[in-house]
Design a protein around this ligand. Structure first.
Ligand code: FES
Length: 246
């Protein structure tokens, strides 16, 4: 059983908070692939950060800050072009690294990137989900092999909930003794329509979250602890977080 103060500590996941830093040291699902079309930017809030997703010319997803680095205009009105996302107010163009890109024959090297721009987070698209790495350190490879033995079903889903991500983690633990917990917000639930379901509870902000569900045909071959221990494990992990680095 954790204290009220510890509960508060785990509930806060914005940038600069201890639990927010812990969450940022893991790849997190951002949206389902089907939500992001090639022609339109998609606003999304994850861990309290207001961001915008778009696809570059090669179809790869990019995730940058939602508010233009020039004068703060909402990039949801931006235009997706071959080189990135163009702000419609003064025409600055941002690439997947959030930098302003200028291209033209008149430039000495035909291309230049301004060292100003938006925050940007690497993305990887795997089997119908776009994952992002929001940590300050370089992103490690996304490795889902231990979770999904063979094919990834196409039936993954996402539901938005108006409650803190901790609440379902606690209630599922009470209802399902076989549920397992993987740091910091992933649950493996035996049963369902297949062998098991993976559930990521990704904080949108401190009062809401998105639940990503992936049915898997085999129980993942992983070492995971009972879900009932999740709050204590999270407190222990959060207490070890150094906000200056991992
Ligand atoms: S506000 Fe975006 S380019 Fe000026």
């Amino acid at each position: 059983m954790i204290t009220e103060e510890e509960n508060k500590l785990l509930a806060q996941t914005n940038k600069g908070t201890l639990c927010g830093e812990l969450m940022r040291r893991y790849w997190q699902p951002a949206v389902l692939s089907e939500e992001l079309t090639p022609d339109k930017p998609l606003p999304v809030t994850i861990l309290g950060e207001e961001l915008i997703l778009f696809r570059e010319a090669d179809g790869k997803p990019a995730l940058i800050g939602r508010w233009c680095a020039h004068q703060g205009v909402d990039m949801v009105y931006g235009r997706v072009e071959a080189d990135g996302l163009r702000c419609m107010y003064h025409g600055w163009m941002f690439d997947r690294c959030g930098k302003v890109v200028i291209r033209g024959e008149w430039l000495p090297e035909k291309e230049r990137r301004w060292d100003v721009g938006q925050p940007a987070h690497p993305c990887v698209e795997e089997h119908g989900i776009i994952f992002t790495w929001m940590g300050s350190e370089d992103a490690p490879p996304l490795d889902l092999a231990n979770l999904v033995a063979d094919e990834w079903p196409e039936t993954c889903s996402k539901i938005a909930h108006e409650e803190n991500y901790l609440r379902p983690i606690s209630s599922i633990a009470v209802q399902n003794a076989g549920a397992k917990f993987l740091m910091p917000n992933l649950i493996v639930l035996p049963g369902g329509k297949t062998a098991a379901e993976l559930h990521w509870f990704v904080p949108t902000d401190d009062n809401s979250h998105a639940q990503f569900t992936v049915p898997v045909s085999q129980m993942p071959q992983i070492t995971a602890l009972p879900l009932a221990a999740a709050p204590e494990l999270l407190v222990e992990a959060v207490r070890k977080v150094d906000l200056k680095g991992p």
